[in-house]
Design a protein around this ligand. Structure first.
Ligand SMILES: NC(=O)c1ccc[n+]([C@@H]2O[C@H](COP(=O)([O-])OP(=O)(O)OC[C@H]3O[C@@H](n4cnc5c(N)ncnc54)[C@H](O)[C@@H]3O)[C@@H](O)[C@H]2O)c1
Ligand SMILES: [Zn+2]
Ligand SMILES: [Zn+2]
Length: 405
């Protein structure tokens, strides 16, 4: 039997490479698999040999012990692969295709999928709408930080690249299509970014940087990125963003120095529930900080794109309210300013083809923007540690040697 080495969560702060079974066209029982999903027939699936699979800030919430993820959960929802086997119900995806896998698993048959709301598919996760590979409470689909991975509903979910050689040549850009590039772009789109917009993006992690590159692609006049990590702010400046350091205080005053006014047209939260406070509070967690500050700095009538993750339960929350995902939001301010809010998983499929074309035709340099950095499968635990420590890098795991040295 072919083995399948994979990156697994072992407990708070601990990630290891373990041996797991080679995938079959059936969802087998295992860590985190919802009992109602065990034995699920996946005739519509494809088995991929992983070409690249990225470490994400969303994985870090689990690895930091901030979720109920079980030990031995195989991680990895950002997957690009080569199709090596297809199930009997797959009609169009072919063995040999190099494909991008949207991190959202979707059936293509339910009401939400039909409306392109693939982040809240009704049929893939018995717990709630919406699913993803290798993620707690997402149905138990096995993660792709592995040599091989099973993708259900392959004809619907997979985006096949037009040319194999071109795909492998641009793999460090194309690998961002499974999550962060569409996610950041969706943040900018839902914030209402268009030609001439002024934009503030909270968070200079990979999602914030992807939102910044997305806002530039959409024609923003000025993109300002805020963080308290100087190395990540320098990364944002490397491709033409302005920056603010939130450890020096709320972004309003620094925005005024840059723009002449203390507000922007559009704002994106690329931080989520593990947000730090601003100014003197930057040394500790203050989960409502980003949302409240975005309501303050966004002009009346503006939009807030909120890809940053907020949870329904957080064992490490700062107080009882935060432990059940309740935050102290100044919603009255947002209401008074007629702000609009867009939350939730990014429906990757809405954007991935268009963004692929932008990459293939050199209209955007996403790998450079997020500082894509390839590592081996065995280097993944170190990659997790360095990413957690705030490295200004997006780690791309290369489990099968497709990414040339
Ligand atoms: N909605 C989606 O579909 C989706 C997809 C991918 C990731 N996410 C989420 O997006 C968020 C960002 O992901 P990432 O990979 O860039 O994570 P990350 O942890 O690498 O980046 C978050 C950054 O926010 C900074 N930060 C903390 N408090 C801040 C504050 N008050 N103001 C400004 N910056 C602050 C941190 O220093 C860090 O650099 C995470 O919550 C992740 O789970 C959501
Ligand atoms: Zn991700
Ligand atoms: Zn569906």
């Amino acid at each position: 039997m072919t083995s399948n080495r994979a990156v697994a969560y072992k407990g708070p702060g601990v990630v290891e490479v373990i041996d797991t079974p080679y995938p079959e066209f059936e969802l087998k029982d295992g860590p985190g698999v919802n009992p109602a999903n065990v034995g699920r027939d996946v005739r519509h699936g494809a088995i991929l040999r992983t070409v690249s699979t990225n470490i994400c800030g969303s994985d870090q919430h689990m690895v930091r012990g901030r979720t109920t993820a079980p030990s031995d959960l195989v991680l990895g929802h950002e997957i690009t692969g080569e199709v090596i086997e297809v199930g009997p119900d797959v009609e169009f995806i072919k063995v040999g295709d190099i494909v991008s896998v949207p991190f959202n698993i979707a059936c293509g048959r339910c009401r939400n999928c039909k409306e392109r709301k693939t982040g809240i598919c009704l049929n893939v996760n018995p717990d709630r709408p919406g699913s993803a590979y290798g993620y707690v409470d997402m149905g138990g689909w096995v993660g792709g930080q592995a040599e091989f991975v099973l993708v259900p509903y392959a004809d619907w979910n997979l985006l096949a690249f037009p040319d194999r050689d071109q795909a492998l040549e641009k793999i460090l850009d194309l690998t961002m299509l499974s999550d962060i590039f569409p996610t950041g772009f969706h943040g900018a789109v839902t914030a209402g970014v268009g030609v001439g917009s002024t934009v503030y993006i909270a968070g200079a992690g990979p999602v914030g940087l992807a939102a910044a590159a997305g806002a530039q692609l959409l024609g923003a006049a000025v993109v300002v990125v805020g963080d308290l990590n100087e190395e990540r702010l320098a990364q944002a400046r490397s491709f033409g963003c302005e920056t603010v350091d939130v450890s020096k205080g709320d972004p309003g005053e620094q925005l005024e120095q840059l723009l002449g006014v203390p507000e922007v047209d559009c704002a994106v939260d690329a931080v989520g529930f593990e947000a730090r406070g601003h100014g003197a509070d930057a040394s500790h967690e203050a989960p409502a900080t980003v949302l409240n500050s975005l309501m303050t700095v966004t002009a009346a009538g503006g939009g807030l794109g909120i890809p940053g993750l907020y949870v329904t339960g957080d064992p490490g929350g700062i107080d009882d309210a935060a432990k059940e995902g309740s935050l102290s939001l100044r919603l009255g301010l947002g209401w008074a300013k007629s702000l609009s809010f867009a939350t939730g998983q990014c429906p990757v499929m809405k954007y991935h083809r268009g963004l692929m074309m932008a990459i293939l035709h050199d209209k955007v340099q996403i790998a450079k923007a997020v500082n894509a950095t390839p590592i081996t499968l065995d280097e993944a635990p170190q990659g997790y540690a360095d990413f957690d420590a705030g490295a200004a890098k997006k780690y791309v795991i290369n489990p099968n040697g497709y990414i040339a040295a």
